[in-house]
Every structure is written in structure tokens, then in C-alpha cells.
Design a protein around this ligand. Structure first.
Ligand code: NAD
Length: 641
């Protein structure tokens, strides 16, 4: 293949990109050729390291070959793009985890697909001409090829800034942002490459490295952190528009050229990734969720048209201005059901899963696992079932032979009883994953019993409600050993959008208790504010419009609005049928107060929320109603009743 040279020179596996006239843009067959070489060289003892470079002075690799994507996409072939990205990302992941040093020399532009080849190795060399960028939002994609990993790891809010503005980093900037390691004078590169070919090792590179000097971006870090710290693109743009510095003006101008949907999803992906459970596999999976839909449902075709087909540079994006509805972001980032991204070593083979507790939450979670190809058997004392799930008569029967048993049960006492039965039936080494919300002590007791039985255990309660359970967008907060968390991770990816390993057994429940204490208080505050607004003659739809984009916004308002007919569909639109039952909120608030008592924490808002929900369930008509039914309760009351 003339576009790329793959060869062994001395002890080096050599890869040279050879399309200088096309700025070494990466074509599909080049990805496959790189992957094949990496596979060949992995166990070849005559290869000590991999050296990747490119011909020409202008670019190492300025991106992927998007003209071909456009040609296929405009003809209605969306599978070509999906195959391209899946194969490219698999190759990127192989570079990242390669067992031998991978050394790349990045002159001129390294952008998009070039970052995927050049910036995942062990030694990423930059020089005076280097300019590195993730410009995907400008054509309706999001930063991909694993670039969101570096963006999420970059200091402060630099990742959000670089991912949305497509700013070109100098060598020093790239080192600051974590896209490169060593600055070496480009005149020295040919000699260093020759030394690597003839037996020198990567340590010689360190010796040749020079001080990259001050990073231009460093001077803007305070502004970047201030403006890009918001939750959404709207927050970021609003913050920038209140700053009349040149930097803020230029940044706003850059953002105004980008696809709003792409920017919103970029911010969302970086936020979801940041934290202790960040891995390249997770980054690539989230990116693939977007890219696999980008031709068909995103702005990508229009973005490529405006940039390189018609070259009018006037793309007509799907969404105007600063606001992209959260539901549109969720749609682009939902787990991919058919042919999800498969990276070696990260995909759980078809597992045998026992699912106990097929209620409001458990049934859709189990159905999602079955849809993802797992063999799921369920049990519920109420005889409920779930789509694609076969059922049995006892908990022990679902546990026998299962690789994983998942519980989604009402409380800790029931969990303890069920665990006693299933732990005896499970095979050694299998995983017990409890997703119910229970007290920390119950989680720790079951963890200890599981360990005694030679089993893995994780407590992994969820947030996101029945909507999140159905859409596969739950957040899991997990406690347990690293081994248990890793074993559960592929299942979290099917059922949710994010999993955070919070610590030892019980830590997931601790996080859940704190989260739900906030939820109980914000739902009450939202409901009482609607009731007050009614009495002040304020229209509910206007109230929602204002608050959902103002400082009073919260999940209770924006995603689970307690007023019927307002905002996204919620239990309020279904006569307050749960959803999340008020008695479960009483349970969760009770758990938070019990925990606060035990550790002497002052939680007056939590205590008041518990008292109100308890009164609602025990003395009023709240039992069996969704926890958002606090709104009709407040509606019917005055200050003294
Ligand atoms: P649910 O009452 O709808 O479901 C619980 C199911 O467990 C029921 O179908 C019940 O029949 C079954 N069950 C009870 N005892 C059993 C046993 N011994 N063996 C087998 N099955 C048994 O409740 P849900 O809303 O699905 O909530 C389940 C858990 O998830 C709770 O711990 C809750 O706090 C938590 N949770 C709920 C939500 C929500 O929005 N509903 C959100 C986050 C977390």
C-alpha cells in the first residue's frame, strides 16, 4: 500500500504515513494495516519497540478521510462509518495498551484521527512545528479516537475548552494538556529514529528533550477554568458573554462556528468520564455511541458538506444557539444496542445472569441485559417478568450456574434473606451485584458473607429512575474490591451511562444515601415552589421555562418535573403512578438519617424531608404514589393546614 509504509528496520517496527499531499489523512485500509502490524509485532522478539512517523513537513496526520464517509453517508450507507470507527478505535486501544514502547514523532498538524495514532503511545515527541487539535465539533462529530480520555484528564477545565473550541496546541500546550510527552528539536529527529532502529532505547529520547518553554494556554488557564466550569454549553457561553476580554470574545466566536449538538455531547462525555472510573475503553465506548449515530442522526453530513464538499463554511446545524434539549444529548449517548463497540479484553462474553427483583427498576434493567445478548433468568416473588428474560420459581434456581447474580430489591432485610439463599447456590468466583438501595450495614454484611463463600461482591445502587433504567442511562455508585468492580463494569456499560467506584463495600450505598437526601429535599422544594407559583398566578409552563434554565434547576425540575404536562414525560403525566414510590423515598431518607445519627452529622434538611414524606405516606394519601405527588399535596394546603 503506497499510503503507508510498514516494515521492520533493525529492532524497530516502523510505521510511516506517506500521504503528505493529503496531510497524511488516515484512510480505512491504513487503520487495518497498522492494527495488523501491531498484532504481528506484539510477540516478535526481534522487535524492541514501534516507531511511528510521517512524511512531509506540514502534518503528522491531519485527521481521518472524511470525504469517503460523506460519499457513503449521503448514499444512505451508515454502516461504513460504523465499521470504520469501530476498527479504528480498536487499533487506537491497541496502541494505548501495547506491551512494548510506542514512539511517535508529531510534526506539523496532528488532529482527530492523527491523535488516535500519535498520542496514545508511551513516548509522544513534539517539536517546533507541532500543532495538535481535536477539531471534530466543527464538522458535527465529537472528539474521538480516545481523545476524550486526554481531555477528561487535562488540568482544570482545559479539556472542555480544547474539545469544543478546536484550539490548536503548540508543543508546550500539548505537553501541558497531556497529549505529548517530550519536546525535541525536529532537526534531531532523523538521528534519534536511526538510533532507535539500530538498537538504542527510548531512554535516549529523554536525554535529547529540551524545555518546551511556557505554554501559551497557561496564561488563559484561570479564564478557562472560570468559563468552562459550567454544567452545559449554555452555562459556558453565558459566562463567556459576560466577559469583554479578547480571549472571551475569540472563544465565543470559535464556539459559534461549532455544531451545538456536538459541543453539548462533548461536554457531557467529558463530565461522564472524569473521575476514578476513567478508562480508555470507557472513553472509546462513549465516543462510539455518538459517532455511530452521527451520520444518520447528528450534524456530520452537513458539517462535512460545508467544510469540504461545497466549501461554503456555512453549515446549517440541527440546533440553533446555545440550547440542546437534554433528551437529544441522551439519544446520541445511549448505549449502542446492535453491534456495540468491542475492544479486546473489555467485553464480557455472553454471560449467564440471574436477576432477582423484577419490579419498576429491575424489569427494564434485566430486559436491557437480555437485549445486549446475555442469557438472563429472573425471579420475583410477585411473579413479574421482563422482556427477553426467562423466569424460575426460586432465587436459588436463578443463582445456580450463573456468572453474575443481580439483585434489585426493596430493602436491606429482604436483601439479607435473599443473599443467604443465593450465596449457597452460586458457583465460586461468580459475582453478586446488589443494585438495590439498602443500609450500609446490610451491604457490608452481604459483602463479608460473599467473601467467605469465595464470591465477588459489589454494592452498586443506582440513580436515574425508571426512565434511566429503560434507556440504559443509569448512574451506578459502586462499593467493593477493584476485582468486583472490573467484573461488573461491562454490565454497568449496558445498563447505565456512568459507574463510579466509590470505595470498599458499602461505599456505593453511602453515596446513594447522600444523593437521595438531596433528591428528597429538592423534590419538596420544587413542589412547594410550583404550589406557590400557582397561588401567585404564574403559569406553570412559564415557571418551568424559567427555572429549568436558571439557578433553581435540578433533576427534580428538569428531568422529573412534578407538574403534569410540563417538561419531559414523568409519573406526573401518569396520575403519579410510581416511578419512584413515596415509601421508597421514606426508606432512603430514613437510611440517610440513620447514617447521620451514627456518625454525628448535622442534616436538618434531610430530617425535615423525612418528616414530610413520612407524614405524606403514613397520615395522608401518599402511599402507593410517586414521590413527586408532593405537588398535589402542597396544592391542596394553605400555610396553616
Ligand atoms: P419495586 O417495588 O417496583 O420492585 C421490587 C421488586 O422486588 C418487586 O417486584 C417485588 O415483588 C420484588 N421482591 C420483593 N421481595 C423479593 C424476594 N424476596 N425475592 C424476589 N423478589 C422480591 O421497587 P423498584 O422501584 O424497582 O426499586 C427497587 C430498588 O431500587 C429499591 O431498593 C429502590 O430504593 C431502588 N431504586 C428505585 C428507583 C426508582 O425510581 N424506582 C430509583 C433508584 C433506586
Amino acid at each position: 500500500m503506497s499510503d503507508i509504509s510498514i516494515r521492520q528496520t533493525g529492532v524497530a517496527g516502523r510505521i510511516t504515513l506517506m500521504r503528505p499531499d493529503a496531510l497524511n489523512a488516515l484512510a480505512y485500509d491504513m487503520c487495518l494495516a497498522i492494527e495488523a502490524a501491531l498484532d504481528r509485532w506484539r510477540d516478535d522478539d526481534s522487535i524492541a519497540h514501534i516507531v511511528i512517523d510521517a512524511e512531509g513537513e506540514r502534518a503528522f496526520c491531519a485527521g481521518g478521510d472524511i470525504a469517503e464517509l460523506y460519499a457513503k453517508g449521503i448514499a444512505g450507507d451508515f454502516d461504513y462509518g460504523r465499521r470504520f470507527w469501530a476498527d479504528e478505535y480498536r487499533m487506537n486501544a491497541k496502541i494505548f495498551s501495547y506491551p512494548k514502547p510506542v514512539i511517535s514523532f508529531l510534526q506539523g498538524f496532528t488532529m482527530g484521527g492523527g491523535v488516535g495514532i500519535g498520542c496514545h503511545g508511551s513516548h509522544r515527541i513534539v517539536g517546533q512545528s507541532s500543532r495538535i487539535a481535536m477539531p471534530e465539533c466543527g464538522i458535527g462529530l465529537i472528539p474521538d479516537v480516545g481523545g476524550t480520555l486526554m481531555l477528561a484528564l487535562a488540568p482544570g477545565r482545559l479539556g472542555e475548552y480544547l474539545g469544543t473550541t478546536a484550539t490548536r496546541m503548540t508543543a508546550a500546550d500539548a505537553i501541558l494538556a497531556g497529549f505529548a510527552d517530550l519536546m525535541i528539536d525536529e532537526a534531531a529527529w532523523p538521528g534519534l529514529i536511526e538510533a532507535l532502529e539500530t538498537g538504542g532505547d527510548a531512554a535516549g529520547l529523554e536525554a535529547a528533550a529540551t524545555d518546551p518553554g511556557a505554554a501559551p494556554l497557561q496564561t488563559h488557564m484561570a479564564q478557562i477554568d472560570r468559563h468552562f466550569g459550567g454544567e452545559t454549553v449554555r452555562d459556558i457561553m453565558t459566562s463567556l458573554s459576560h466577559d469583554d476580554s479578547d480571549f472571551a470574545r475569540d472563544t465565543l466566536r470559535s464556539l459559534s462556528r461549532m455544531s451545538p449538538l456536538s459541543m453539548a455531547c462533548t461536554i457531557e462525555v467529558i463530565h461522564r468520564l472524569r473521575g476514578p472510573s476513567l478508562t480508555l475503553a470507557r472513553a472509546l465506548d462513549l465516543e462510539y455511541r455518538f459517532t455511530s449515530r452521527a451520520l444518520e442522526h447528528g450534524d456530520l453530513l452537513e458539517g462535512i458538506r460545508a467544510a469540504i464538499i461545497d466549501k461554503d463554511r456555512k453549515p446549517v446545524w440541527q440546533h440553533a444557539g446555545r440550547s440542546v434539549p437534554p433528551a437529544e444529548i441522551s439519544k446520541m449517548l445511549m448505549p449502542v444496542r446492535d453491534n456495540p463497540l468491542q475492544l479486546e479484553g473489555t467485553v464480557m462474553k455472553r454471560a449467564k445472569i440471574g436477576f432477582i427483583g423484577l419490579g419498576n427498576m429491575g424489569a427494564p434493567m434485566a430486559a436491557n441485559l437480555a437485549r445486549a445478548g446475555h442469557e438472563v433468568t429472573g425471579f420475583d416473588t410477585a411473579g413479574t417478568t421482563a422482556e427477553g428474560v426467562s423466569t424460575t420459581q426460586t432465587a436459588a434456581a436463578v443463582a445456580t450456574d450463573a456468572d453474575v447474580v443481580i439483585c434489585m430489591l426493596p430493602n436491606g432485610a429482604i436483601l439479607r434473606n435473599v443473599a443467604e439463599e443465593v450465596l449457597r447456590a452460586m458457583k465460586k468466583g461468580a459475582l453478586l451485584l446488589d443494585c438495590s438501595t439498602v443500609d450500609v450495614e446490610a451491604a457490608r454484611a452481604v459483602a463479608a458473607a460473599a467473601e467467605d463463600a469465595g464470591l465477588l461482591f459489589a454494592d452498586a445502587p443506582v440513580s436515574g429512575g425508571i426512565g434511566g433504567a429503560s434507556a440504559g442511562t443509569l448512574t451506578f455508585m459502586a462499593g467493593g474490591t477493584e476485582a468486583a468492580f472490573q467484573a461488573a463494569s461491562p454490565l454497568f456499560d449496558v445498563m447505565g451511562q456512568k459507574a463510579v467506584h466509590c470505595g470498599e463495600a458499602g461505599a456505593g450505598q453511602a453515596a446513594k444515601i447522600c444523593n437521595n437526601m438531596i433528591l428528597g429535599a429538592t423534590m419538596i422544594a420544587t413542589c412547594e415552589a410550583f404550589a406557590l407559583a400557582d397561588k401567585l398566578g404564574l403559569d406553570r409552563a412559564r415557571m418551568f421555562d424559567v427555572v429549568s434554565t436558571s439557578s433553581g434547576y435540578s433533576w427534580s425540575m428538569n428531568a422529573y418535573c412534578p407538574a403534569p404536562g410540563i417538561g419531559p414525560k414523568s409519573p406526573a403525566d401518569n396520575g403519579y403512578t410510581p416511578g419512584f414510590a413515596s415509601e421508597l423515598m421514606v426508606k432512603d431518607l430514613g437510611l440517610s438519617q440513620q447514617a447521620a445519627e451514627a456518625v454525628d452529622a448535622d442534616t436538618p434538611m434531610g430530617a425535615l424531608a423525612l418528616a414530610l414524606y413520612r407524614q405524606f405516606v403514613e397520615k395522608e394519601d401518599g402511599k402507593g404514589k410517586d414521590f413527586s405527588a408532593m405537588l398535589p399535596r402542597f396544592e391542596a394546603r394553605g400555610r396553616s393546614s
